[in-house]
Design a protein around this ligand. Structure first.
Ligand SMILES: Nc1ncnc2c1ncn2[C@@H]1O[C@H](COP(=O)(O)OP(=O)(O)OP(=O)(O)O)[C@@H](O)[C@H]1O
Ligand SMILES: CC(C)(CO)[C@@H](O)C(=O)[O-]
Ligand code: BAL
Length: 333
């Protein structure tokens, strides 16, 4: 089976079972912030940009002429936490209009992944998003995004999309980029002269890198704004999937960020050797209930082994904590 037929099979299966957003829709109050359709979204964004532009123009003086109002866009899968809130707050600081999307995209889940059990809590999400500064929350049903079922034409994430996360989750990045591509097209269609800034967390470092590549390769008129990882005080990277962890698993999961921090200390005092990495892998694997997927040091431009010319070096980790798969990373220099 070639890649595209594999993707369309898994996508169709997921889309047929993708009724959760619909179900959630009935329980959410008619919040003025929530938009359900692409058409309504485009109208609201266009109107909000126009209105904020008029406000900027009204405040303008000869010494300080009006700039263009801009749209800050934060794409999410919901189950929002303080990591998302940080992205939204950043978008609020930097833009006149802030849009958050909440969409559990079936296309980026494999057949044995957690699409069905992924937490859906739209009411809480709207409260958190608006508290953090969102003007509009776009929460479409699966059928709104994929009215004809799995799309025939999808984004291919290339070699980078088959490494690390893409190796364990085949098709994941094609699915994620396909929906991000759709969001960008929907929004750029109504942006006029206004800029769009899209906020992505560095927790999903490979996704961020792929989105940046897609913007470049597809000439999207969207500026990508990376946001640093938000952690609990104990170092655990915030993640919607942390909700799956028992208190014991939460404690065990700390080995991930602690191991990354140890590697960072090692990097400060010299280069990390293969045996340092092996010891770090062993430390994670010997923690009760944890099974390492990968721990590697890469150049985040390529996700290949860093070279002397690498501007940045990133340590990446993915591991199963019980049944829950978590990812984390840390910049070493
Ligand atoms: N701890 C965090 N710090 C910074 N950004 C984050 C953090 N967690 C998520 N994000 C960012 O929020 C955006 C939406 O991510 P998503 O809704 O998948 O949340 P998540 O917590 O990563 O969920 P999951 O448990 O599925 O990994 C992405 O750009 C992601 O990188
Ligand atoms: C970017 C994204 C919203 C696309 O579904 C998702 O991959 C995520 O939440 O990181
Ligand atoms: N933030 C990653 C989305 C996913 O795991 O599908």
């Amino acid at each position: 089976m070639n890649n595209s037929s594999k993707l369309s099979t898994r996508s169709t299966a997921k889309i047929l079972s993708g009724t959760h957003n619909e179900r959630t829709a009935h329980t959410v109050t008619d919040s003025p912030y929530i938009v359900r359709t692409i058409d309504e979204l485009q109208k609201r964004v266009r109107k909000a940009l126009k209105k904020t532009q008029q406000e900027l123009n009204a405040q303008a003086t000869e010494e300080s002429p009006a700039g263009q109002s801009s749209l800050g866009f934060v794409p999410t899968m919901g189950a929002l936490h303080d990591g998302h809130a940080t992205l939204i707050r950043r978008a609020r600081e930097q833009n006149e209009v802030v849009l958050v999307s909440v969409f559990v995209n079936p296309l980026q889940f494999g057949p044995n992944e957690d699409f069905d059990r992924y937490p859906r809590q739209l009411e809480n999400d709207v409260a958190l998003a608006t508290e953090a500064g969102a003007d509009i929350v776009f929460a479409p049903a699966v059928e709104e995004m994929y009215p004809a079922g799995a799309p025939l034409i999808t984004v291919s994430s290339g070699k980078l999309g088959t490494m690390f996360e893409g190796k364990t989750r085949p098709g994941h990045f094609d699915g994620a980029l396909t929906v991000v591509n759709k969001f960008f097209n929907i929004l750029t269609a109504v942006r006029g002269k206004h800029s769009i800034y899209a906020y992505f967390g560095q927790k999903d470092a490979q996704q961020l890198s792929l989105v940046q590549r897609m913007v470049h390769d597809f000439n999207h008129s969207v500026i990508i704004k990376p946001v640093s990882i938000v952690r609990e005080d104990n170092g655990l990277a915030l993640s919607s999937r942390n909700q799956y962890l028992s208190s014991e698993e939460r404690e065990n999961a700390l080995v991930l960020s602690r191991t990354l921090a140890l590697l960072r200390e090692k990097e400060i005092t010299g280069r990390i050797s293969e045996s340092d990495l092996d010891m770090a892998r062993e430390k994670i694997n010997s923690t009760p209930g944890i099974r390492l997927d990968y721990l590697e040091v890469v150049d985040p431009m390529t996700f290949e082994t860093p070279t002397e010319n690498s501007q940045q070096v990133l340590a990446l980790v993915a591991a199963y904590v019980g049944e829950t798969r978590l990812i984390d990373n840390m910049e070493l220099h």
